[in-house]
Design a protein around this ligand. Structure first.
Ligand code: FAD
Length: 384
């Protein structure tokens, strides 16, 4: 029951690291970041090894809500970064081509549950529209019937979409593998000695190392442990429902609650983390009765019945102090790169940043990534 819906499938196996080896680039972590980075590096002619402690996509990339969102975790009007928003929209275009039917280009809808949130959405809408981004306002009466009683209005983001997350991650792994990247499952990196990755299966000597472990970073590098805090998010999935309640991914309460309905009628719903924030500030990847019952209550309110729950799970996401990821070379660690800390918004951003780190290692650093520099002084804001 605690296996995520996305990972509940027969999957191709990739052998553990066979022993010591030398390689151009070693990558730690096989989520969307590590896999996108590996594929791009391999296509660019580099030899690449990905080491994954568990199975492909078994971190947040196989445990999330499946929302494909542009931008960052910070609402557009609060961190007005048009270059980075375009950077993620460009990534969405590539994802659409690569993912095939594991991606549905249905847009996404963020709704406000009260007037205060609605005022925030209005600010975001105006800033996006002013800077030329596609965005549509939704009045309450235009919202899907299932959420009309619970929301006062919303913001529709046309470029976004929904993933069948498991199929997407497996597809990306297949593409990285086909491009020539070597993937090793059940191989845990235990430490870094310069650019040599020490694992429980052997040593990987590399010219560069990319750490792509987001909320699962703990224990590898002290400086990253300080910069990235892990939060737990919980999700559940239902049996297939006949009625169509949610035409696109929908999220509310500043993203704390989220729901989508898959093409087969199943509902995937998660959130309520803020109702027990202290307990959910943890690295323990385990669903709890309290949060699961609250997600279930929300589901009942939305669909007006109690569908059978088939899967319940939890995953970890890495947050930074200013909610922007750390992407680039780590200060004072020659040849060590990081791409992590997406603050719960890494499906598209992680893919985009993984590719961008690959391009930078191959010699073409995208200047739009400067606000993500690991050496930046983060804006002093409390973690939420
Ligand atoms: C419940 C939940 C819901 C979310 N919903 C959304 C959403 O709808 N939309 C969205 O954009 N984002 C969402 N996110 C965030 C998103 O899932 C992540 O930002 C994204 O998946 C990060 O991808 P990644 O590849 O960087 O990291 P991950 O997918 O977490 O992969 C890191 C991998 O590193 C491996 N690893 C860790 N340490 C080691 C080690 N020492 N050696 C070897 N391997 C190691 C882990 O096993 C893991 O597989 C959600 C997250 C959660 C938890």
């Amino acid at each position: 029951m605690t296996v995520p819906l996305w990972l509940d499938a027969e999957t191709p196996r990739y052998a553990p690291l066979p022993g010591d080896e030398s390689i151009d680039v070693a990558i730690v972590g096989s989520g969307v970041t590590g896999l996108a980075c590996a594929r791009s590096l391999a296509l660019g002619g580099a030899s690449v090894r990905v080491v994954e402690a568990r199975r492909i996509g078994s971190g947040a990339s196989g445990r999330n809500g499946g929302f494909a969102l542009r931008g960052t975790a910070v609402p557009y009007d609060r961190a007005r970064l048009p270059g980075l928003t375009r950077f993620t929209e460009e990534a969405l275009d590539r994802i659409r081509e690569l993912a095939g039917d594991a991606f549905r280009p249905v847009g996404s809808l963020r709704v406000a549950v009260d007037e205060a949130e609605l005022a925030d959405l209005q600010l975001e809408h105006d800033a996006l529209a002013e800077d030329g981004f596609a965005v549509e306002w939704r009045r309450r009466e235009e919202l899907p019937a299932a959420i009309r009683e619970h929301a006062v209005g919303g913001l529709f983001h046309p470029p976004d979409g929904a993933f069948d997350q498991g199929r997407w991650v497996r597809k990306l792994a297949g593409l990285a593998h086909e491009a020539g990247a070597r993937l090793a499952e059940e191989t845990r990196a235990t430490s870094l000695e310069g650019t040599t990755l020490v694992t429980d299966r052997g040593r990987v000597s590399a010219d560069a190392v990319v750490v792509a472990t987001d909320g699962y970073t703990a224990g590898l590098l002290d400086d990253l442990d300080e910069a990235v805090v892990s939060f737990r998010g919980q999700v559940l999935a239902t049996e297939a429902l006949d009625e169509r309640f949610f035409p696109c991914p929908i999220y509310a309460r500043w993203g704390y609650d989220y729901v989508q309905q898959l093409h087969d009628g199943r509902v995937v719903i998660g959130g309520r983390r803020d109702t027990d924030l202290e307990a959910e500030t943890t690295r323990e990847e385990r669903p709890t009765e309290l949060i699961q019952s609250r997600i279930e209550a929300l589901l009942r309110e939305l669909v007006g019945e109690a569908p059978r729950i088939t899967h319940r799970w939890a995953g970890l996401m890495g947050y930074t102090r200013d909610f922007l990821p750390l992407v680039g070379p780590l200060p004072a660690r020659d040849g060590v790169w990081v791409s992590a800390g997406y603050s719960g918004h890494g499906n598209v951003l992680g893919f985009a940043c993984g590719e961008a780190v690959a391009a930078a290692i191959l010699g073409a650093l995208d200047p739009r990534l400067a606000p993500f520099s690991p050496g930046r002084t983060p804006v002093a804001r409390p973690l939420a």
